[in-house]
Design a protein around this ligand. Structure first.
Ligand code: CDP
Length: 266
């Protein structure tokens, strides 16, 4: 990987960002559901160069037992970065940052889940950052909520998340790594689109009251767009596309009906 060089500017004279995006433009996003065979539910996300896998196991028996909650399932989230996911090798032991982000992600996801349906059990969410290029906690929430849906965990809603930040005095959605490192701050947020509930809101850096309100509005708009992408990713796996295979489906159905008629005749 080429050594990192601080860019001369984060916003060009034409008002574009280092990667050519407009201030309210997300990075290219690719969401996939059901990517891991062993997990009960899984998903991957590519958001620009950030690449993350999420795997869900459970609901299942909780060990160690002293963590048991009598009235609901325990949502156990483990966010980890691969040693090779960042320019400097990341030490393999869990860092304080990883522990804090795990907690923040669990708190962002919990309001979307009907955990009370599985008292005493655990739902494990493992998040692996394969490549980090900014915005990993939000991308992780996008993938983890899809993996939870894939595992069949009862949910009120998917949870879209995005970070809005500021660079050269301009508010920007979905910060890349350079914008995150050399910008003036960021506000990661997650919402439940159906209710408008905000389940993650953090702030790093200085924002005026007006900037914060505008940043949140930009974040909510981006989250609504991300929510559509999440639903599309689920539909690609769970809803049969009439354009590829409706005829086959009808043929199969007819064949089945034909067989049952023959059986009745006999
Ligand atoms: O990823 P996110 O913005 O949610 O969290 P952060 O703590 O604000 O980190 C910002 C970015 O710094 C990450 O996305 C990584 O690209 C980078 N980073 C790194 O290069 N090395 C680390 N040990 C941690 C983060």
């Amino acid at each position: 990987m080429s050594p990192e060089i601080k860019p001369d500017f984060l916003i060009s004279p034409e008002g574009l960002r280092v990667d050519g995006r407009r201030p309210d433009e997300l990075r290219p996003i690719e969401l996939k559901v059901g990517v891991l065979k062993q997990a009960d539910g899984s998903a991957s996300i590519r958001q620009g160069k950030t690449y993350i896998l999420a795997a869900v196991y459970g609901p299942r028996e909780l060990h160690p037992r002293h963590l048991t909650l009598n009235d609901r399932a325990y949502l156990r989230v483990e966010y980890r970065m691969a040693t090779f996911s960042v320019p400097d090798r990341k030490r393999p032991a869990p860092s304080r940052r990883e522990k804090e982000i795990s907690m923040v992600i669990a708190n962002a996801l919990k309001p979307a889940l009907f955990l009370e349906e599985y008292p005493k059990a655990v739902v494990d969410v493992f998040i692996q950052v394969i490549q980090a290029d900014g915005g990993t906690r939000c991308a992780a929430i996008n993938a983890a909520s899809l993996a939870l849906a894939d595992a069949g965990i009862p949910m009120k809603s998917l949870v879209p998340a995005v970070a809005v930040g500021k660079a050269d005095g301009q508010l920007l959605v979905d910060l890349g790594d350079e914008e995150d490192k050399y910008g003036q701050g960021d506000v990661p947020m997650a919402i439940l689109p159906q209710t408008g509930e905000i389940t993650l809101l953090q702030q790093d850096g200085f924002f005026t009251r007006e900037e914060l309100i505008e940043a949140m509005q930009m974040g909510i708009n981006s989250c609504k767009y991300l929510h559509e992408l999440q639903k599309d990713a689920l539909k690609r796996v769970y809803v049969r596309n009439p354009e590829d295979g409706e005829d086959d489906f009808d043929d199969d159905l007819e064949a089945d009906l034909g067989e049952s008629e023959i059986m009745e005749d006999e």
